[in-house]
Design a protein around this ligand. Structure first.
Ligand code: HEM
Length: 123
């Protein structure tokens, strides 16, 4: 008997999309991280949000096909620092609290996100 995928256990597409939809405005409004979204067009941000949803769903075992770029290529040159990363994780944890994600799934989500850090943080 195989266990259900993380995608299913998190509540599928709608649950993951709901978290990302709440997360992006929090990042945009953050004093440290807001700079990454300054002067970006609304539609570009919507597109990025959709790609993030697709990426997370697909990595969690969902049926989506991720059409975006890999994490290294996407964030190269943004000079993301450890402080930026810590601020991002703070918002992610607040979202996982707000959506009452159970501990086992929460640990898996955090471990997965941490696994992308080496490709994203540059300085
Ligand atoms: C402090 C942390 C982060 C910041 C400031 C940040 C910032 C950004 C920005 C500004 C873009 C738009 C790039 C563009 O339009 O060319 C982007 C795209 C993206 N980011 Fe991040 N990011 C962070 C962390 C993450 C993490 C942890 C993930 C996933 C685990 C992620 C996944 C993505 C994806 C999937 C895209 C779209 C890729 C594409 O356009 O092909 N990001 N990010």
């Amino acid at each position: 008997m195989s266990q259900k995928s993380l995608y299913e256990r998190l509540g599928g597409y709608d649950a993951i999309a709901a978290v990302v939809n709440d997360l992006i405005p929090r990042l945009q409004g953050d004093a440290l991280l807001g700079r990454f979204w300054q002067h970006r067009g609304e539609d570009g941000v919507k597109r990025e949000k959709q790609l993030l949803i697709d990426f997370l769903c697909s990595c969690a075992g969902g049926p989506m096909y991720y059409t975006g770029r890999d994490m290294k290529t996407t964030h190269k040159g943004m000079q993301l620092s450890d402080r930026d990363w810590a601020a991002f994780m703070g918002h992610l944890n607040a979202m996982l609290d707000a959506f009452r994600v159970p501990q086992a799934e929460r640990d898996e989500v955090v471990a997965f996100i941490q696994s992308t850090k080496a490709d994203i943080v540059e300085v």
